[in-house]
Design a protein around this ligand. Sequence first.
Ligand code: FMN
Length: 179
Amino acid sequence: MKKAIILVGSARNGNSLYLAQRIADNTKADVVQIASKNISMCTGCLECDETKKCVFADDMVELISDIVKSNAVIIISPTRWGLMSGDVKLFIDRLNPIATTEELVGKELITVAIGQSEQGDSSIQHALDSLAFFGESAGMELIGSFPIYECLSNEDLVLNASVADEVTGNIIKLLETEK
Ligand SMILES: Cc1cc2nc3c(=O)[nH]c(=O)nc-3n(C[C@H](O)[C@H](O)[C@H](O)COP(=O)(O)O)c2cc1C
């Protein structure tokens, strides 16, 4: 089983956290709810391009170390206005120090975007596309990308057990498959 870290892009006890916990229950993956961490917003100072370190010594120091030790990164984001959530974007911006050192290159990336729209609506796919763009830019290998539709209230995915089971099962298989 690959060593994985699951990043949850919603602050509420909702669909994203539920899915993350389902995956973690069946794997040794660590779950990080981004909003529960102390993470300053990237100012764009670009000091990290020179020093390979961020000017902020906040919770990202430990999280970056956890990412470096992982083989696979799983991002579970609510879809917000057709994009990843602000929580996920905040986290991704702060990965710049290890993007510049190429420590993300070759890591496997699995993305999930959850939203209220019905199948066929483009907003959830658009959120996944923005996550894929990040992964590609950082040299990561996107091995799985899952849209989850028709989830508005925080318990909608709990009620839609077959979808939760299917996505969890597919992600576990990806983590079990050797590179
Ligand atoms: C500000 C905001 C924007 C949203 N935009 C979209 C959207 O573009 N497409 C969509 O399908 N759902 C959208 N939603 C619905 C959320 O994606 C949905 O409630 C999701 O289940 C939230 O995940 P969570 O339970 O993990 O918080 C939006 C919700 C909020 C609060």
